[in-house]
Design a protein around this ligand. Structure first.
Ligand code: MN
Length: 715
């Protein structure tokens, strides 16, 4: 641990020999001066802390800006220095980072869980702006953990648990294996002191036996390396990862039952040698197929690569063996920090895939005001294990445990997600809510007519899918509310004009709305359309103070929001009216339509030019329109008279599928020596699609006729 400034400076110069040491010196003296009278809980001078944080950043080989910001990270929070002063002394870049770190510590919630959520949210936002903020925050936490002993037990436990729940998982997500392990090691000891004690005693007890077994295996593997003339290092250890502790705590099992307690790591020089060694090891020892993982071909989303396999030796001991190259090892240890190590022309604001996950997380919860929900979701996402599933072509997709085919579809492409209709998992048709398992082969069925449903939100597992689906549904609802609101408002205005025989300036009314409610017209429409704002007499009096309020169309709050929203037909002034489609003319979305108010069956929708409407009573006719955004498959039935030739059915069904329509039924019947009748039922979503299909049918060589059969259409 760095304790003096010159040690820090030497460390930085060792990887960056042109580092701006004047800057570092200045940052150090400002920090030392600012914290001069302060002490740490350990009774050491406070400057020890920023020095150590800066030392950790130098261990990550970061640039001098990061190291200087590390030295200054507590100055604004704990002393009289303002951020403005730091900026005038050190410039905007350093000031921004220091401010980012400072902001995270300022918490406005009293409830400890809410406060945790707030911290987490701030950290994520800060790091997606400049990843150096989180690197400093992690280094800060690491040193605070190292000096936790000085605090009382309650504080120790609280900080240690927060480290396990938030900081270590963030380090893991960023691929920083070393940081994660170091944080977890100390945190576990303070968060669960008794369990830590018990488990370590057990491990201690087995130490001699374990080291001997590890030594034997290490020798044998060294023999393999020698035999194939492969260069490589072998490290062996008794694992003390948090995962081991958790297993022992949760399952209350003994040490020898833990598969990955004894571990060997082989670090070699090339990918070929990794596989060669794996093959040799699998030949020599029995291995457990379910525990074999090829993270070299199937890189984890945090960038981690390695082969993992668990073997059983003849004396029945189990060993986990990891095989990787030196470069893979470096990435596994340093993760995102490796990417940002000092080099010429580096840009810290550049995008990194490992940050995308965090961005999605924030985006997905933008609208959710409940901090506890945010916390539990992020915590879940941070810590859940990943699964690895395959596309039919063998591409690996990394998802979190519990993910469904919908998550998979969105991971492939947004459009695939939006139009996903069904899925084959390992060649079996499964429901979309099925939970995927590692190594499943998933094939998504899409259809242009398929769209996300609110139901999906109940079982999707990934933030990405959740965000996309929620966005889609919100947009759809907003549009419907907007249309509805515009109509309601139009009606009010019309009645006003009629009743008062007035001509008035609508722009003036819009200004008044804007002044009264402080929203624009679009939001005003949306609010009245969704009944968020109900225009009763009182509120209309505010909008039209010079007149008495007109009769208001009753707008009741509807509990059946979704069924209303997805209605196919928009009928002005009616709520929850039953809608039927007339069998005589079978209207399809896109047709010009009119509603006919029946005696007992609700509103019957006819084509505008339907002959049955010719003698209808005018007062029973009702203006209706298609809801542009609601899609619904209409079943249509056609009889085609075509030449009786081989392949005819194929070309007909080809036409429907090229036009993204689903065939529900198709049959053929011979009607003469050379002709046959093809009876086909298929689904269309509107007249455009139907017309396209019909015009393609017409292109079939020597087609005789196309006749539509009348059919009941469900509503
Ligand atoms: Mn600090």
């Amino acid at each position: 641990m760095v304790k003096r400034f010159f040690e820090l400076q030497e460390k930085v110069l060792s990887y960056h020999n042109k580092a701006n040491t004047t800057l570092l010196k200045k940052a150090y003296s400002v920090a030392a001066d600012a914290h001069l009278t302060q002490k740490r809980a350990t009774n050491e001078p406070f400057i020890i802390h920023p020095l150590s944080v800066a030392g950790t950043l130098a261990d990550m080989k970061l640039d001098e800006i990061s190291v200087a910001a590390g030295l200054l990270h507590d100055v604004v929070e704990d002393t009289d220095y303002t951020i403005g002063k730091i900026e005038s002394m050190f410039g905007k870049e350093i000031a921004d980072i220091v401010w980012g770190v400072t902001k995270i510590s300022k918490i406005s919630h009293f409830d400890p869980e809410d406060a945790k959520a707030e911290t987490l949210k701030k950290m994520i936002i800060a790091m997606t702006n400049d990843v150096r903020v989180i690197l400093i925050k992690l280094a800060d936490r690491l040193h605070n953990m190292a000096t936790l002993e000085a605090l009382n037990e309650e504080k120790r436990k609280r900080i240690a648990r927060e480290t396990l729940e938030i900081y270590a998982p963030i380090a893991f997500r960023l691929g920083m294996g070393k940081m994660k392990t170091e944080l977890e090691d100390i945190a576990f000891k303070y968060a669960y002191p008794e369990e830590y004690e018990r488990i370590n005693n057990e491990i201690e007890h087995k130490q001699k036996w374990a080291m001997q077994k590890l030594g034997n295996l290490k020798d044998e593997i060294a023999g393999i390396l020698k035999q194939y003339k492969i260069t490589g290092e072998i490290h062996s250890r008794i694992k003390r990862d948090i995962s081991i502790y958790r297993k022992l705590m949760r399952q209350n099992i003994t040490l020898d039952r833990v598969y990955d307690l004894l571990a060997l790591r082989i670090i070699t020089d090339s990918v070929e040698n990794c596989y060669l060694l794996m093959g040799e090891i699998h030949q020599r020892w029995q291995y457990i197929p379910a525990r074999w993982r090829d993270f070299i071909a199937n890189q984890k989303s945090n960038g981690y690569q390695s082969i993992h396999t668990t073997i059983i030796t003849s004396d029945a001991g189990k060993f986990e063996i990891q095989i990787r190259t030196g470069e893979m090892h470096r990435i596994a240890e340093e993760g995102i920090a490796a990417h940002w190590q000092y080099k010429e022309g580096i840009n810290f604001l550049e995008n990194d895939e490992r940050l995308q996950w965090f961005r999605d997380m924030i985006e997905a919860h933008k609208e959710n005001p409940n901090p506890k929900e945010f916390l539990s979701q992020v915590k879940g996402d941070l810590t859940t294990n990943e699964i690895y599933v395959f596309t039919p072509k063998g591409k690996v997709i990394t998802l979190k445990k519990g993910a469904t085919p919908i998550d998979f579809a969105f991971a492939i492409h947004t459009e695939v997600g939006f139009h996903c209709k069904g899925a084959y998992v390992n060649e079996q048709l499964v429901p979309l809510r099925t939970k995927l398992q590692s190594s499943d082969v998933v094939d998504i069925i899409t259809s242009k007519n398929a769209n996300p449903s609110a139901d999906w939100l109940k079982y999707v597992g990934t933030s990405r899918a959740r965000k996309k689906i929620a966005g889609y549904i919100q947009k759809k609802e907003n549009l419907i509310y907007w249309e509805k609101g515009k109509k309601i408002w139009g009606k009010i205005i019309r009645e006003y004009k009629k009743k008062h025989n007035l001509k008035f300036n609508e722009d003036a009314i819009k200004d008044r709305i804007n002044d009264t409610y402080r929203i624009d017209m679009d939001n005003f429409y949306r609010d009245i359309g969704s009944n968020k704002r109900v225009l009763d007499k009182k509120s209309l009096k505010v909008l039209f103070p010079e007149l008495s309020a007109p009769e208001v169309i009753p707008v009741k709050r509807s509990s059946k929001k979704t069924s209303q929203v997805y209605k196919l037909i928009i009928v002005d002034g009616y709520k929850d009216i039953d809608i039927l489609f007339a069998r005589c003319c079978n209207p399809i979305k896109g047709d010009k339509i009119t509603g006919y108010i029946t005696h007992s069956r609700g509103l019957m929708i006819h084509k505008e030019n339907c002959s049955n409407l010719k003698n209808a009573v005018q007062s029973r006719l009702k203006e209706v329109s298609w809801n542009e955004i609601a899609d619904f498959p209409y079943l249509v039935k056609y009889d085609l008279v075509v030449p009786d030739k081989p392949g005819m059915l194929n070309s007909i069904s080809g036409i429907t599928s090229e036009n993204n329509s689903n065939i529900k039924k198709i049959g053929i019947e011979k009607i003469s020596q050379s002709m046959c009748k093809v009876k086909i039922s298929f689904e269309v979503k509107d007249t455009n699609q139907l017309n396209k299909i019909l015009s393609d049918f017409k292109k079939i060589k020597h087609i005789d006729s196309i006749v539509r059969r009348k059919t009941p259409v469900q509503n």
